[in-house]
Design a protein around this ligand. Structure first.
Ligand code: DAH
Length: 360
C-alpha cells in the first residue's frame, strides 16, 4: 500500500471507531488540524516542482476531501444516535398523575370558583358576561340609575369618593355593579341578556363586610320580558348553584331607585346546628335584590321605555360563596393566607360544568 493509502485506511478506521463527537474531533485535529497529518502533506506541495505538484496535488487534495466527507458523515450519525439515546432515556409518560407537582398544589380562590360557577349556569341560559370599570363617574354609579342629586338613596351606599378633578367632578369607586347596566344598554341593542360579575367598594368592615367585595348583576332587556321570566331564572339559578332539586323562594317588596317594582328575594333554609342548608326548613335567608328596570333608567340609557322593558338583579358573590361553602368569616377571603386557600380553595383543573358537577 502507498503511504497515502495507508494513511487513508488508518484515518477511515479511526473515524469509524470514534464513539462520540469528542473522539471524532480528536481524529479531525490529528488529520486536518494545524499539525495534522493531512495538513502536513498539504504543506509539502509548496516545495514541489510543478510536475511533482501536478501529480501529488490531486492525490493529497482528494485524500483531504474524502476524509473531510467521512468526518461529516460520522458526525451526523453520532448526533442522530445521541439524540435517539436521549429521547429514549428521557421518555416521560404524560398520562401519569402529578401528585406533588406545583400544578396539583395550587388552588383556585373560592371567589374565582363561584364566578366560574355563575358564568357556567347563566351561559347555559343564554347570558353573556359584561364588564365595566371599577372607577366610575357619578353619572353611571348614581344619576343614570335614577338616584337624583341629593336624594337620600345615595346615602344607602357608603361611597369612596375621589378628590374632585379639574372640572370639579368627583369619581367614585363603584358601589355596585349596576352602573354596567347603563353601559350595556348604551352600547348594545336589545335583546340584552347579560350577567356582570365584578369588584365593588363600600366603606364598611366587619365579619360579613369588607371595603372591597364582589357582586354579580343580571340584566334582561327585550320587548316582552316580565317578572315571570325573572322568577324562573332566579329559581333555576338557585337550584343549579346550591346543587339542590328544589328551592322555595319568597319575593318581598323593597326599594331600589333603579327598579319599579323592587323586591328582595329570600330562599328557604334550615339553620340546625349552626349549619345552613337549602331546599328544606322553615327559615328564610335573603340572597338578592331585583326588580323591573325603572323606565327612567331605560330612558337614561337611550332606549324607549314604551318599546323596551326588562328586569335586573344584584347579588353578593362573597355572600353566596360563604353560604354555599360554609365559610363563617369574609375577611380571610382577602388576606392571601395560603393555609386558608389550601383549605377552602378548589383544584385548578376541576372546572365547573353543569354536566360534570359545579363543585366536585
Ligand atoms: N345594586 C344593588 C345594591 O348594591 C343591588 C341590586 C338590587 C341590583 C336590585 C339590581 C336590582 O340590579 O335590580 O344594593
Amino acid at each position: 500500500m502507498s503511504d497515502f493509502a495507508t494513511l487513508e485506511h488508518d484515518l477511515t478506521a479511526a473515524i469509524a471507531a470514534a464513539g462520540d463527537e469528542a473522539a471524532l474531533e480528536a481524529v479531525r485535529i490529528a488529520a486536518l488540524g494545524k499539525a495534522g497529518s493531512i495538513s502536513g502533506l498539504l504543506k509539502t506541495l509548496g516545495g514541489m516542482s510543478p510536475d511533482e505538484r501536478k501529480a501529488q496535488g490531486p492525490l493529497i487534495n482528494g485524500l483531504r476531501d474524502r476524509v473531510t466527507a467521512a468526518l461529516a458523515e460520522r458526525r451526523t450519525a453520532l448526533r442522530d444516535a445521541a439524540l435517539d439515546a436521549r429521547l429514549e432515556a428521557e421518555r416521560s409518560d404524560v398520562t401519569l398523575p402529578l401528585p406533588d407537582s406545583l400544578a396539583a398544589r395550587g388552588r383556585i380562590h373560592p371567589i374565582s370558583q363561584v364566578i366560574d360557577e355563575l358564568t357556567t349556569i347563566f351561559a347555559d341560559m343564554g347570558f353573556a358576561v359584561a364588564e365595566g370599570p371599577d372607577i366610575e363617574t357619578d353619572f353611571y354609579n348614581f344619576t343614570a340609575l335614577n338616584f337624583p342629586l341629593g336624594h337620600p338613596a345615595r346615602e344607602m351606599h357608603d361611597t369612596f369618593f375621589f378628590k374632585p378633578d379639574a372640572n370639579g367632578e368627583r369619581k367614585v369607586l363603584r358601589t355596585h355593579t349596576s352602573p354596567v347596566q347603563i353601559r350595556t344598554m348604551m352600547s348594545q341593542k336589545p335583546p340584552i341578556r347579560v350577567i356582570i360579575p365584578g369588584r365593588t367598594y363600600r366603606c364598611d368592615s366587619d365579619q360579613t363586610h369588607t371595603p372591597m367585595f364582589h357582586q354579580v348583576e343580571g340584566l334582561v332587556i327585550d320587548k316582552g320580558s316580565h317578572m315571570g321570566h325573572l322568577k324562573w331564572i332566579l329559581a333555576e339559578f338557585c337550584k343549579a348553584f346550591f346543587e339542590v332539586d328544589d328551592v322555595k323562594m319568597r319575593f318581598r317588596p323593597s326599594f331600589f331607585p333603579f327598579t319599579e317594582p323592587s323586591m328582595e328575594v329570600d330562599i328557604q333554609c334550615t339553620r340546625k346546628g349552626g349549619e345552613i342548608r337549602f331546599g328544606e326548613g322553615d327559615d328564610w335567608l335573603e340572597i338578592l335584590g331585583c326588580g323591573m328596570v325603572h323606565r327612567n333608567v331605560i330612558t337614561n340609557s337611550g332606549l324607549d321605555p314604551d318599546e323596551y322593558q326588562g328586569f335586573a338583579w344584584g347579588m353578593g358573590i362573597d355572600r353566596i360563596a360563604m353560604l354555599k361553602y360554609g365559610m363563617p368569616d369574609l375577611r380571610p377571603f382577602f388576606e392571601a393566607d395560603v393555609r386558608w386557600l389550601g383549605h377552602y380553595g378548589f383544584r385548578p383543573l376541576d372546572l365547573p360544568t353543569l354536566a360534570g358537577g359545579l363543585s366536585v
